[in-house]
Design a protein around this ligand. Sequence first.
Ligand code: SF4
Length: 489
Amino acid sequence: MSKLLTKSNYLLGLQCPKLLWVTKNDKQRLPEHDEITLKKFADGHILGELATKVFPEGQDIPDDNFMENLRNTKKLISKRIPLFEPAFMVDSLYSRADVLVPVGEDEWDIVEVKSATKVKDTNLHDVAFQKYVYEKAGLKIRKCFLMHINNQYVRDGEIEPSELFVQTEIGEKVKEFSEGLEARIREMKIVISNEEPECKISVSCDDPYGCPIKDECWSDVPEDSVFGFYRMRKRKCFKLYDSGVIRLTDVPEDIKLNDKQQIQRRLAFEGGAHVDKLQVKNFLDSLKYPVYYLDFETINPAIPKFDGMRPYQRIPFQFSLHIQDEEGGELRHVSFLAEGTSDPRSKFMQSLKDNLGDKGSILVYNQGFEKGVMNEGATAFPEFREWYDEDILFRIKDLWDVFRNFWYYDSGQKGSASIKAVLPVMSDLSYGDLEIGKGDLASLEYERVTYGDVGEEERLRVREALERYCELDTLAEVEIVKNLNKVIS
Ligand code: SF4
């Protein structure tokens, strides 16, 4: 009996034949999903449930038992009601729809639910596969819709599913993406029934998603490879790599590189750091003491949590602030971590107002984020507008400027200007020893212990870990400024 090709198999096969083969034949090579991915799945499930409310007469077909689901679909299809998660299997192809909606006497619309705010190519491939399978199984498909998040929706009381989601008709596009589908399915069936295919690394390794076995396939790529060029387009990196230019030191003189990439190439031979002392000095001179080293953490739920909020709007729940009255002087630390389940934004803004003083630079790393969060806070709570516009905005300085402009670049940064890449080359401080060492994990853990069913001891433990993480972000800024001062002295 030939192996089953599911909708998700088909999407993996489009990304890479080897990834498809491993998924079907050697699953143990796939690493376990990390907490962030599991949270995405859980959020997707909640959104899917909410989407079913748009079809009040609909019936869910539980998914726990594969064969049971097929049998129930067969039974319920004649009822001509919206069906959630109905499954079809034909010619070793298997697909489940998020929603099938009956139309007229004998037609159906496919509704695919997604948490994004717009239609992506992968959604069109997904629905093209579904349509093919359902038609092969004997259904008449009239139209195809993508039901995605409406980013203009503003919560006012209970969530209104019919307003939170918007349905976009994608029939024409699906037709386009169906071209050649039959041949692709044939090829994929051959792939999964044969020996493991050889596949070269390519742009597909990160498109449309990061491949789960990238560590395996990329194990021969050296640390100082051309993929570490700062902001070089992936296609150009592969063009170099495929032509045998593997390491930064392999790059011939006549290859066109921008100024930053040339610095990287030079340091690959010489080691050490590049410093534009004048620019670094100008930046450091522009800091006015007292300096307020500031960093925020946020969550951005797809389903707005509070009235007046839009989908994916940021909710700041934490900040860390180190205050230094003079260069190299003593540090004072102030922090905010929201308590309880109510909207923390007003208290967050008030605490900033209480602690940011009325003079001195406010130093952040990537100002677009902190400015955006405060601006949104001042829009939601207009009592902070004048304070933000007149007392705060002009005091904000961005430490990221030093690194993204390559006024300072160390080969140890490996082509990244993020604070996580810069800190290890400028200081002994490290995120490695922390229980929470990444921003997305901080957001996930905050949500879990704040809105989830978690015991008090666990909640306090995680909150302590959050405090340590955010504190390190601003301590990192302090250390970087201290070391930049040393570098130019
Ligand atoms: S890492 Fe790249 S080459 Fe390897 S299986 Fe994944 S997509 Fe294919």
